[in-house]
Design a protein. Structure first.
Length: 170
């Protein structure tokens, strides 16, 4: 497979062996992947990949088709459209995703959209509902609403019935 790799702060495209799924994992042919601030920090040497993730292939979110299943994988089948947040490795033709981290791609969402949804919406959802426990009718203030997480937060807040105020730099 081909993968974007980081070497001495530079991005290169290199050939790598195809990964093989282990217990509970899916092998996904990547059709869309987001580009996040953490990817740019990783390229500068300031955001190491977590243990078990490819150390030099960036990418924290992806969408694609399941092409193989590891042992005991039961939630998805070969050919299913999935999207996920991963610890790294999304900027490659193939990526491993634990099936617990995978979500079905909703009908009507294309690959580029699906590849950029998981990280920002998961982050915004956690901040708004898990951390802040937002309830319908409450007021939500979103700073940095022009960015990915901010845009997702505005949408989630409105969908939850909150009054949303958003700020942007310009």
């Amino acid at each position: 497979m081909r993968a974007a790799t980081i070497h001495d702060g530079k991005l290169l495209v290199e050939e790598r062996p195809d990964p093989e799924p282990s217990r509970g994992e899916l092998l996904v042919r990547v059709r869309g992947a987001g580009l996040n601030g953490a990817d740019m920090l990783q390229a500068k040497g300031h955001y190491p990949a977590p243990p078990g993730s490819p150390p030099d292939i960036p990418g924290l979110e992806l969408a694609g088709e399941v092409v193989a299943l590891g042992p005991d994988s039961e939630r998805f089948a070969v050919g299913d459209r999935v999207m996920a947040v991963v610890g790294g490795g999304a900027q490659a033709e193939l990526a491993l995703v634990h099936e617990r981290a995978a979500m079905p791609v909703p009908d009507g969402i294309d690959w580029p959209q699906a590849g950029g949804l998981p990280e920002v919406f998961t982050t915004a959802h956690d901040a708004i509902f898990t951390q802040a426990e937002l309830r319908p009718g409450e007021h939500l203030l979103v700073h940095g609403a022009a960015g990915g997480v901010g845009t997702a937060a505005v949408q989630l807040g409105r969908a939850a019935g909150a009054r949303v105020t958003a700020t942007v730099r310009n």
